[in-house]
Design a protein around this ligand. Structure first.
Ligand SMILES: C[S@@+](CC[C@H](N)C(=O)[O-])C[C@H]1O[C@@H](n2cnc3c(N)ncnc32)[C@H](O)[C@@H]1O
Length: 817
């Protein structure tokens, strides 16, 4: 096991999502806001239904001061050029320094309203400029603005994204200039949250920007303008963002304000952005369609995208950009009657008719529509139409699924895997397992099928009275024991049930259950299953006492026909199910005995997980094992990097364990134990005597990636066959996102495992990732080692290794046997 572990007192629990629908926190942005955002403006905006406003940090006054400074400097330069005084580079006068802000230079001042404001940095600068003067001045402007916003107490700012990306061509150093400027800005405003405003793909629409610094750039070697290219490089913007945040070392205060275009990109790019720290989604009028009534509405795909992004653990804020002024500022009568944020009925009706049949108005809206919209009068354009529509969408979000509700608050929350073998679990932990609506039913089905087959096939049993002997190895608080008894009742096959548990506290509950619920028919044993001798044939000693007498021909211990266990971890074998089941296999009836589960497999896929990477890097400051720990985590803000192609699916099986083992394998293991190896030999390479060597594994898998990306680690899943009922079908469990619905829909017991890479591994388009993973043991411990290599094809048959990760190893935090 397992999925959400109850939180220990000293661990701060993640804040669970409210039961209600996601909060839409909606802001208003104007690229040329005419008035300073005063308390009155803010109040008007809030009355209309906005939650916040953006405000420029500096004023047009400041802008013209900077332009004058730049022009004067350039005039001075040309004067020197003409007079031939610029004969050496050293005689070029240093770039001017922008004098400090004056009260005319900024509309902002520290006040209570600032908490509802987002500072918007000047878009007329060009940090990417190839002209050192322009990039220098731009950096100064940025720094001045951030320092002042920070001083005033602004919590969030938006910085317009880079004006060119240069991911493909080599002749532009703009993006590195930009990234370094942001890195510097992060040190200036040391508390402020910074969102980089970038479109999902391509460049922001070029707006007519009076006083843009870009045209001032002198003709340097690399032109500052983005290169016209016929091919649209969809991932170029993401690439630029990735570059910036990598330079800024995944700083947790750096996020994305994502511009949503009218034409949405391919799914792979939408899911790429989903994995990124989306602070804001910004919409311009061009992100919307118009319905028949002329109201702004989203296309179906925009609605789906919005619902998806709003399900992030921290839903992004929504910014309506340039959708018109805040209503009522110049004409209070114009203040629309929608201060409660409810949609104008005609907007909703039209929206539902022409765009989304699923989004129909509520009865109250429909009534209001007939009351408020006289058919004869043409309705004036609602100045808050975009906002009204967003509020409407907010109230019509699809309900959350069972898994979403169960995992609420746990998304991307890293937990160290349980070690149920070395640690004794608390009752509350068992209680969480027992909430699974699927797992126990599936075990019951598997046991029932196994019992029916046992009788159908007339197999002899290990009891003297013909009952099939079932042992639940690691029974916890007993839910599988209950299911075994139910399976027997359902099939009519008599059983003798043994419950073996090493946790002394759970043992108390097992005995209590036996008295109160199971009618005393269960034999409860307090023992490590590996030390259990088997069912006492004639229990003269108290039932449940493990003894350590050696087995003799006249052994008092019988055998088990069906060994039921649930010792699986998120990566199948990571809680040492193989080692425990090997250790108890001696009690299994040699010829007919079966194990439920009969086999399990571990599966992997490379993922982009920037949030997890940032979290782990942060932990690594104080915890040296942070980057070497495989974590149990409900993966959420991640992107799957591999594409499914023939022979190389997106998620691949690493290895398998099958139970029971062939007797010969166990015999070799036994011979090796304590150093006694037939034919000599010095034990295993990892330092043990080799008795557990048969449980080591190695796998190398090739993944094909169409779009460039960054690997932050490997997501691990498992599948298990509880029982293969032949014609009746297999009873299987799966946590793989692509097979869970087929095999064990709605099972919630296990979150995936995450093997982190210490350093992100970048790869280009059309690359291959080779993942190597080892299961290692030294007979005392089990641990994993993993690494990723990136290759690019450089010819039809030739590829080149571009880079590789360090080898991760969980040896220091390995599972003790
Ligand atoms: C994941 S829990 C499952 C509990 C229960 N069967 C269920 O499904 O809810 C695994 C249980 O196995 C027990 N366990 C693990 N290793 C064991 C061992 N070597 N011998 C006996 N019990 C063991 C743990 O104490 C724990 O109660």
């Amino acid at each position: 096991m397992t999925a959400p572990q109850p939180f220990l007192a000293e661990v701060e629990p993640p804040s669970p999502l409210e039961e209600s629908l996601p909060t839409f926190y909606i802001g208003h942005h104007e690229s040329k806001r005419p008035l300073p955002v005063t308390e009155f403006v803010l109040q008007q905006a809030q009355d209309t239904g906005y939650d916040m406003l953006t405000s420029p940090i500096t004023s047009p006054h400041f802008h013209s001061r900077v332009l004058t400074l730049v022009s004067s400097y350039l005039v001075e330069l040309s004067r020197l050029e003409i007079s031939d005084d610029l004969n050496t580079t050293s005689s070029i006068p240093p770039a001017p320094i922008i004098p400090p802000l004056t009260p005319f230079d900024t509309p902002m001042t520290p006040s209570d309203t600032l908490s509802q404001l987002i500072g918007y940095c000047s878009p007329w600068i060009d940090l990417c400029s190839s002209d050192p003067l322009i990039s220098n001045i731009s950096r100064q402007v940025l720094n001045i603005e951030i320092a002042y916003a920070s001083f005033c107490g602004v919590g969030n700012i938006i910085i317009p994204g880079p004006r060119n990306y240069s991911s493909g061509s080599t002749d532009n150093n703009g993006i590195i200039q930009y990234a370094r400027a942001i890195q510097e800005a992060l040190t200036i405003g040391s508390y402020i949250q910074m969102a980089i405003h970038v479109p999902m793909y391509g460049h922001e629409e070029v707006k007519d920007m009076t006083g843009d610094l870009q045209p001032f750039a002198r003709d340097y070697e690399s032109p500052g303008k983005p290169k016209e290219s016929k091919d649209i490089d969809l991932f170029e913007t993401w690439d630029a963002w990735n570059f910036i945040r990598s330079v800024c070392k995944y700083n947790s205060r750096l996020s994305v304000a994502l511009g949503i275009p009218r034409q949405l990109p391919v799914e792979s790019l939408q899911s790429r952005w989903f994995a990124e720290p989306l602070r804001l989604l910004s919409f311009t009028p061009s992100s919307f369609l118009k319905n028949k009534g002329g109201h702004p509405v989203f296309s179906k795909s925009h609605q789906t995208l919005l619902s998806r992004y709003m399900r992030l653990k921290q839903p992004p804020w929504l910014l309506l950009s340039d959708v018109g002024p805040v209503p009522g500022l110049d004409d209070p009568i114009q203040l629309s009657a929608t201060a409660d944020g409810f949609p104008s009925p005609s907007a909703v009706l039209d929206a539902s008719r022409s765009v989304s049949p699923t989004l129909s108005p509520t009865p109250s809206e429909a009534t209001a529509a007939s009351r408020e919209t006289p058919k004869s009068k043409p309705k004036p354009k609602d100045p808050a139409a975009h906002l009204i529509y967003m509020r409407y969408l907010q109230r019509n979000q699809p309900p959350r699924t069972a898994i979403e509700k169960f995992g609420s608050g746990y998304q991307d929350y890293l937990q160290a895997p349980l070690q149920p073998l070395t640690d004794n679990l608390e009752s509350v932990t068992y209680e969480v397992f027992e909430k699974d609506p699927v797992k126990y039913d599936w075990y019951e089905r598997a046991i029932a099928q196994a019992l029916s087959d046992w009788t159908k096939q007339s197999k002899p049993t290990s009891s003297s009275n013909g009952a099939v002997v079932i042992a639940v190895a690691g029974s916890g608080r007993g839910p599988l024991v209950t299911r075994a008894l139910r399976a027997s009742k359902m099939t009519g096959v008599p059983v003798e049930v043994w419950a073996v548990e090493k946790n002394p506290n759970a043992y108390v509950l097992l005995q209590r259950h036996n008295d109160m619920d199971w009618g005393g028919v269960v034999n409860v044993v307090k023992s490590d299953m590996r030390a259990w001798k088997g069912p006492l044939i004639n229990p003269t000693t108290a039932v449940g006492q493990a003894t350590s007498t050696t087995t003799s021909p006249a052994s008092p211990y019988g055998k088990v026909d069906i060994l039921v266990s649930e010792l699986l971890g998120s990566f199948a074998d990571n809680e040492l199910s193989p080692e425990c089941l090997d250790g108890v296999q001696h009690v299994l009836a040699p010829q007919y005995g079966i194990s439920i589960p009969s086999s399990y497999t571990a599966h992997l896929t490379p993922i982009l997980a920037p949030r997890l990477h940032a979290d782990i890097s942060h932990r690594a400051v104080t915890d040296t094992t942070a980057t070497e720990t495989p974590y149990v985590v409900m993966l959420h803000a991640i992107d799957y990097l591999a594409t499914t192609v023939p022979d190389h699916p997106r998620i691949q099986q690493a290895w398998e364990f099958v139970h029971p083992l062939p007797a010969s394998t166990l015999a070799i293991a036994e011979a090796r134990r304590g150093g006694g190896v037939s034919g000599g030999g010095g034990g295993s390479m990892a330092g043990g005597d080799g008795a557990n060597e048969h449980n080591t594994r190695y796998s190398r898998m090739k993944f094909v990636c169409r779009d460039r990306g960054v690997v932050n680690g490997l997501a691990g899943y498992f599948e298990a066959i509880l029982y293969d009922g032949g014609a009746e079908g297999k009873v299987e469990l799966s946590t793989r996102p692509d097979t869970i619905d087929d095999k064990s829909k709605d099972m919630i017991s296990w979150f995936p495992i995450f093997f982190p890479l210490k350093n992100p591994l970048y790869y280009p388009d059309d690359a291959e990732l080779e993942v190597s993973i080892w299961r290692q043991t030294d007979d005392r411990k089990v641990w994993y080692e993993w690494m990723v290599e990136a290759f690019a094809m450089v010819g039809p048959e030739k590829r080149m290794r571009l880079g590789m990760s360090e080898v991760g190893s969980s040896r220091k935090v390995g599972c003790l046997m």
